[in-house]
Design a protein around this ligand. Sequence first.
Ligand SMILES: [Zn+2]
Length: 197
Amino acid sequence: MSNNGPKILESVIEVCPYCGKHSLRVTETLHNVPNFGPLLIIVLKCSNCGYKHTSISHVEQHNPVRIKFRVEGIYDLNAKVIRSPTATVRIPELGIVIEPGPSSQGEITTIEGYLLRILDIVESLFEKPKRENIVKNIKRALSGEIPFTFILEDPFGNSALMVEERSSLIKESLDIEDLKRLKYGDAILEMRRRRDV
Ligand SMILES: [Zn+2]
């Protein structure tokens, strides 16, 4: 077997965004292209309505990293977020963990923009009584009332935070336990194993 063959990371059945049936096969494969680097290919295919979508992203491989930034006030909400399709976002004080989804594209936004989008998602997904607390907390965070920590964890190391004071960023490398826990972390561990062969 070739060491460079595609590796299936995940193949699961999810709810189809078009017909609403539990019949959407999501297959994620990692292809190692010589002289180019890894490609993450995500194929969505619904066996009920025929919906199909393929997304291909080039995941350049840098060191797995965790970047932390403490948001102390409104000004810090302007920090730029460069989130690659393989990064997980965590805001522990707000109970927020956002893993990359099957149709996740990379994005460039600000922390404020990111929070506003989470607010939209929470408001569209949850009934009023259930979302009340989280909505209140996100709004307080947006008005600078609660300090919080914005954390980006990226097994491929392609994400960044851009802040005025670079010294206010904490960068940590991810260890094997972190990678096992993180979405796409197992892909990095697999690539390391292949290199060791
Ligand atoms: Zn469907």
